[in-house]
Design a protein around this ligand. Structure first.
Ligand code: NDP
Length: 269
């Protein structure tokens, strides 16, 4: 599995499994299948209501804990310093597999983001968490870190795909040593039927989903596609035996249309 080294020296797989919308025994089954197939990064959140299933799948997988990278996130309703610490304790208990690799602020808080980041730093400094980061932080909110942060976020997880090619944000994060990570990397299926994408897929003998994921990774962005279907789990992982030619990369760059499935984080400033 292709890895990236985060700004604190820890490694993170570039491709992982997003598990939003999976619950209970179905989630355990899907995550165990993913781990068997070769996934080593699982992206959950307190909000997804499946942290316990993630922990169970990891414990039952028979794979060493150190080989698996687990991400979870602070629920939006936990605003402030103390509540962020409490949210972490609760997630840690629910996941129950020793430690969390990456803890993220799920959405920028309009009024409490400084205290929340201080709580994240405290958890990190206490050695209770390996890496800390954010989600949905646009450039102006990342710039604010210069005023109040001791630790630069290791990761910024944002919506990102060929149809939402946030090039300025990518360049900014690269300049600051922040690893960008793509959520909804398959546009939740909304552009998989784009004839231009299908034509590219046919050219490479790959699927539209594989072309999208390869494009994302080529840009140095990590991706966490969600699937609970074994065939599609395999498909999404099978992207390391080809690369896109420069002219095809450039063509996909041109697919950008500002497509957003989720809120524009600029609305949170
Ligand atoms: P994705 O872009 O990953 O799309 C998932 C959808 O695509 C599912 O319906 C899935 O169906 C389908 N799919 C998966 N693989 C294929 C394939 N190869 N061909 C065709 N269809 C496919 O969207 P998500 O919004 O789920 O994003 C992924 C993850 O990102 C989430 O699970 C979550 O972990 C994270 N996320 C984080 C957010 C944040 O604010 N930080 C916000 C949103 C998501 P099926 O399962 O049936 O295969």
């Amino acid at each position: 599995m292709l890895q990236t080294t985060l700004n604190n020296g820890h490694s993170m797989p570039m491709l992982g499994l997003g598990v939003s919308g999976m619950y209970g025994a179905d989630a355990v089954r899907a995550i165990r299948s993913a781990l068997t197939i070769g996934y080593r990064l699982i992206d959950t959140a307190a909000m997804y209501d499946n942290e316990a299933a993630v922990g169970r799948a990891v414990r039952e997988s028979g794979i060493g804990r150190a080989e698996i990278f687990v991400t979870t996130k602070v629920k939006d309703t936990y605003q402030g310093y103390d509540s962020t610490i409490r949210a972490f304790e609760e997630s840690l208990n629910r996941i129950n597999c020793g430690y969390i690799d990456l803890y993220l602020l799920h959405w920028p808080s309009r009024s409490h983001r400084r205290e929340m980041w201080r709580a994240m730093e405290t958890l990190h400094q206490q050695g209770r968490i390996r890496s800390i980061g954010v989600c949905n932080y646009p450039i102006p909110l990342l710039e604010e870190f210069q005023d109040y942060a001791d630790i630069v976020p290791a990761v910024n997880q944002v919506e990102f795909s060929p149809y939402l090619y946030s090039e300025d944000l990518l360049r900014y994060c690269q300049g600051q040593g922040i690893q960008l990570q793509a959520y909804s990397p398959l546009t939740q299926g909304k552009r998989l039927d784009d004839p231009r994408l299908i034509a590219t897929a046919i050219k490479y003998g790959k699927t539209p989903a594989q072309i999208m994921l390869r494009w994302i990774l080529h840009h140095g962005v990590s991706a966490i596609p969600k699937s609970n279907n074994v065939r599609r789990l395999r498909e999404n992982l099978d992207i390391f035996d080809f690369d896109l030619l420069p002219e095809d990369l450039a063509r996909l760059d041109g697919f950008h249309e500002g497509l957003r499935i989720f809120d524009d984080p600029m609305n949170y400033i």
